[in-house]
Design a protein around this ligand. Structure first.
Ligand code: AMP
Length: 402
């Protein structure tokens, strides 16, 4: 029986889970519990050809996870016979406290709780997932894998803002980044695909949230998300980069509160704020139908991306590989073509046919003569969490952990 890991991503009203064989990358079962705490909850559990869907009230996260474990016993996979050696939890914010995955102890739970102010929408539900996970599956080691860990050792010049030092230090204000698990997985795949340890690469994770990273010789050199996931690229509902003085202006001129501005920048901006839709497929459909506003919005989206690729090539004094990943990066050839069109000064050239071909595989989409190899690599954060969990538990560090 080969070892498997149950990967859990717990949100404010949802639990996403997947049972993975980290050695083969196979997903053995997966599911989603949604609308926890609402009148009618929703659960989908998939195991091979079996698909169970339930609509019933789910009182809290504990009830949701208990139902998942029951379903595993009823329709499979039998968790007792699946060789589950770890439960790996996604935790968004590890602050300055975690630069790698750790086995969950009481101290670790306290530390994750202490970081809630930095990521209130994420760390609180992530911690809830860990707590109920340990209640429901007490005999299996639980591992926390942090979305910020890959960026914890950014060079100081990239991590630090030009903010008065006393304030920055006192309140822990620096670039923590996010989507680190995805950037780590994808950049590692590119290193393997190029066969070069010293590859200088830019990874563009373009999903509903979006971020860029510069990675040289396997280490992160810079990333676009900052203290929070708000900074950087244009996203589904977030502004990305915006002059911070916009906040003062909106307070003074529009009389808006901090909460209103937080909501505006995080939930009502980005593609949604510009076009009314956060989904790239809708925006592209509008642009194709001649909607001038949608076309302009795509121009803003692409302009920001090109700026980051150019800046990161400068940060690394060169670029060997550019990789697109996540929902938009993996599936939107028009977007990839638009971004790359403005990067010919780097000697980067994509092959239109390779770019247009639909595939869910890892692939090269640049021409053989292109000075920068352009890849599409499907991200797999769950597999990375599973692998990090196993690596931790088989390390001497874990053996010494209490
Ligand atoms: P993710 O957050 O990685 O699930 O990505 C979600 C984003 O991917 C949404 O904006 C979707 O519109 C976008 N997406 C998914 N499929 C496509 C596609 N075929 N073309 C353009 N965008 C897509």
């Amino acid at each position: 029986m080969s070892a498997t890991v149950l990967v859990i991503n717990s949100g404010s009203s949802s639990i996403k889970y997947q049972l993975i064989n980290p050695a083969t990358g196979d997903s053995l079962a997966s599911g989603l519990v949604e609308r926890i705490g609402e009148d009618e909850g929703h659960l989908v559990h998939k195991f091979g050809d079996v698909r169970v869907e339930e609509s019933d009230s789910i009182l809290d996260h504990g009830a949701g996870l208990r139902r998942v474990v029951e379903l595993c016993a009823e329709v499979g996979p039998d968790l007792n016979a699946s060789g589950v050696i770890a439960v790996g939890h996604r935790v968004v914010q590890g602050g300055a406290l975690f630069d790698r995955a750790v086995r969950v102890t009481e101290d670790v739970r306290d530390a994750i709780a202490s970081l809630i102010p930095l990521a209130p929408l994420h760390n609180a539900p992530n911690l809830r997932g860990i707590e109920v996970g340990q209640e429901v599956l007490p005999d299996i080691p639980h591992v926390a894998v942090f979305d910020t860990a890959f960026f914890q050792h950014l060079p100081k010049k990239a991590a630090n803002y030009a903010l008065e030092r006393v304030v920055a230090r006192k309140y822990g204000i620096r670039r923590y980044g996010a989507h680190g698990t995805s950037h780590q997985y994808v950049s590692q795949r590119v290193t393997e695909l190029t066969g070069r340890e010293d590859v200088k690469q830019v990874v563009l994770h373009l999903g509903n949230g979006a971020s860029a990273s510069a990675v040289a010789s396997g280490s992160a050199m810079d990333t676009s998300m900052g203290l929070t996931p708000l900074e950087g690229l244009v996203m589904g509902t977030r502004t990305g980069d915006i002059d911070p003085a916009t906040v003062f202006h909106l307070v003074r001129v529009a009389g808006m509160s901090v909460e209103q501005i937080d909501d505006l920048f995080n939930k009502r901006s980005g593609l949604k704020g510009l076009t009314g839709h956060n989904d790239m497929r809708e925006v592209r459909g509008m642009a194709n139908a001649g909607d001038v506003g949608a076309r302009e919005s795509l121009d803003i989206y692409v302009h920001r991306l090109r700026k980051y690729v150019g800046a990161y090539a400068a940060v690394m004094d060169g670029i060997d590989a550019l990789t697109f990943t996540a929902g938009i990066g993996e599936n939107d050839p028009y977007l990839r073509a638009d971004v790359c069109e403005g990067l010919s000064f780097l000697g980067l050239e994509i092959d239109p046919e390779l770019n247009a071909a639909r595939s869910s595989e890892e692939r090269v989409i640049s021409t053989p003569d292109s000075k920068v190899t352009v890849y599409v690599v499907p991200t797999n954060e769950e597999l990375e969490i599973a692998r990090q969990s196993v690596a931790l538990l088989s390390s001497p560090e874990a053996a010494n952990a209490v």
